[in-house]
Write a protein that binds this ligand. Structure first.
Ligand SMILES: Cc1cc2nc3c(=O)[nH]c(=O)nc-3n(C[C@H](O)[C@H](O)[C@H](O)COP(=O)(O)OP(=O)(O)OC[C@H]3O[C@@H](n4cnc5c(N)ncnc54)[C@H](O)[C@@H]3O)c2cc1C
Length: 502
């Protein structure tokens, strides 16, 4: 057995160290601090929050940008955040009247309104099926979320209640129906097919696939449940309440501290890594059992996002005006066009018309506008490590559905996939999911072990989105990992109360 690297070398200075202040690092840190442990968070960047930071990029006075995540269906729906209760802590999150929109070249856009009836009315022959599937699941949102955001090792408590157990087969069936080459059969219209495919493309990968279908089913369900909320002021609002709670319970955060080896970490009884799997192997450098180290290094990265932050002098002039009422736009055209673009990315080629996601946060939160200017958040799917500045590609893709868009651009900042790790070392090659999104990889991330969080008997744990349930701002990986730390390293079986009143 490899030697323990956490505490035995010197007397622990702190009970637990968390490396990385992303949503998962902070959810783990908060859970541990609330259990009464002393906790220190080490963050490589000068600002905290990882993939949920809102920054002034200096593009225009008063305009701030969500440099990674912007729209938060998972943060409002996740069991961790439900227990932590961000709303009661003052985070105002507004769900736009339409969750997402799919503009099309030759016909009116398909829109997923928060209201499922209204959505179904716009989908013609597929309206009834949409309502019977996603509408039904939305009424059982808690079960769907528990299934999707669990540790993939235990039975979600909601599944044990007979009333909600009926939704599980529907959830599974929906994933199966939309995740195989027969995906066109149940849906008759291009509008419904494209609408669902656009939401699947929140993960990056070949279409159809079971993993992307699971993404579509989860996010499509929440779209008609709590909706797709946008936090007032930006994603940072979620991070700030986590950090506030951590500090209130004695925790500390050190920024500008990049951990490259285990020697950069103060002696602690437990260390949790909010990093990719390969980085965990690098940091522990030969101190893990060989088979585990090999497995961590072998967990494959996925393709990438390349980001553009725009400052606009007015709203995006969508050809179909209803598109602008949604908080998120999926730009890729028809189902076949999106699948072709994703196949090009998977083959390592940069598409002319890449799958592009867009959000104008000021649709929900007018406070994001300043002096007639507004931010626009956009990213395109590109091959891993692609060095191309995506600004022109993304601009053309928006122009395709919003002629005249180019004239509204005051300024912008493009970040290629290759450059994404410059502001977050966890975005390896621009991979926003800390590992390829496949069905096997969602369960066995980063390894097929029974406990995917615990790095053998070292006292070190992985708590990032490289562990189940995977990508997204939900804090669940950190929460699952912290529960194991409390049990194995501190012998605590009772999990702490996370509510704001404690
Ligand atoms: C462009 C983009 C758009 C996205 N849009 C959305 C969205 O709208 N909604 C949504 O839910 N999700 C979205 N995501 C995904 C989401 O941001 C991530 O899934 C989520 O942030 C993962 O959280 P995490 O804590 O696991 O990792 P991260 O948020 O990546 O945090 C990891 C942290 O660890 C730090 N770190 C890494 N290595 C070290 C080290 N060696 N030493 C010290 N510190 C280290 C990093 O600097 C970072 O702060 C998006 C991601 C990107 C990139």
């Amino acid at each position: 057995m490899a030697p323990s690297t956490a505490s035995p070398f010197s007397r622990p200075e702190v009970d637990a160290v968390v490396v990385g202040s992303g949503p998962n690092g902070l959810s783990a840190a908060v859970t541990l601090a609330r259990a009464g442990l002393s906790v220190e968070v080490l963050e490589s960047e000068d600002t905290i929050g990882g993939g949920a930071r809102t920054l002034d990029l200096g593009l225009a006075p008063g305009i701030v940008h969500d440099i990674c995540s912007a729209v938060h269906p998972l943060a409002l729906a996740s069991p961790f955040f439900a227990a932590f209760d961000v709303r009661a802590r003052g985070v105002e999150a507004i769900s736009p009247e339409a969750s997402y929109a799919q503009p099309l070249d030759d016909e009116p856009a398909a829109i997923a309104w928060h209201d499922v009836e209204r959505t179904a009315d716009g989908l013609g022959a597929d309206g009834r099926l949409w309502k019977a599937t996603l509408g039904t699941l939305a009424r059982q949102q808690d079960l769907v979320v528990e299934l999707a955001l669990g540790d993939k090792r235990s039975i979600p408590p909601a599944l044990l209640t007979p009333a909600t157990a009926l939704a599980a087969p529907l959830f599974g069936g929906m994933i199966g129906l939309q995740g195989t080459p027969a995906w066109d059969l149940p849906l008759r219209t291009e509008r419904a097919r494209a609408l669902l495919t656009g939401v699947a493309a929140h993960a990056i990968g070949r279409l159809p696939s079971l993993a992307l279908s699971a993404t579509a089913t989860l996010l499509g369900t929440i779209a008609h449940g709590v909706g797709w909320p946008i936090p007032v002021g930006g994603s940072q609002a979620i991070i700030d309440v986590l950090a506030q709670d951590l500090r209130a319970h004695g925790g500390t955060i050190r920024t500008g501290h990049r951990v490259r080896t285990w020697r950069d970490v103060p002696a602690a009884r437990a260390v949790l890594l909010d990093t990719p799997a390969g980085a965990a192997a690098d940091i522990l450098g030969g101190r893990l059992p060989r088979s585990l180290e090999r497995a961590l290094r072998a967990f494959p990265h996925g393709d990438a996002a390349a980001k553009v932050d725009f400052v606009l002098s007015g709203p995006v002039p969508w050809r179909d005006g209803e598109v602008g009422r949604a908080g998120t736009q999926h730009l890729g055209g028809t189902r076949a066009q999106m699948a072709a673009a994703e196949a090009q990315v998977a083959a390592g080629r940069l598409p002319d018309r890449p799958m592009t996601l867009v959000s104008d946060p000021s649709v929900a939160d007018p406070s994001r506008r300043h002096d007639g200017l507004r931010p626009l958040w956009a990213y395109a799917h590109v091959p891993a490590g692609d060095p191309t500045d995506p600004t022109e590609l993304v601009t053309r893709q928006i122009e395709r559905f919003a002629p005249g868009f180019r004239d509204l651009i005051v300024t912008s900042r493009g970040v290629s996939a290759a450059d994404m790790p410059r502001h977050n070392p966890s975005l390896v090659g621009g991979d926003i999911s800390m590992g390829r999104v496949t069905m096997y990889g969602m369960v066995a991330r980063p390894t097929a072990r029974f406990d995917p969080y615990r790095l053998a008997d070292t006292g070190w744990y992985l708590c990032s989105s490289a562990t189940p349930p995977g990508p997204g701002v939900h804090g669940m990986s950190g929460w699952h990992a912290a529960q194991r730390v409390l049990r194995h390293e501190f012998g605590l079986r009772q999990m702490p109360d996370l509510s704001p009143h404690d």
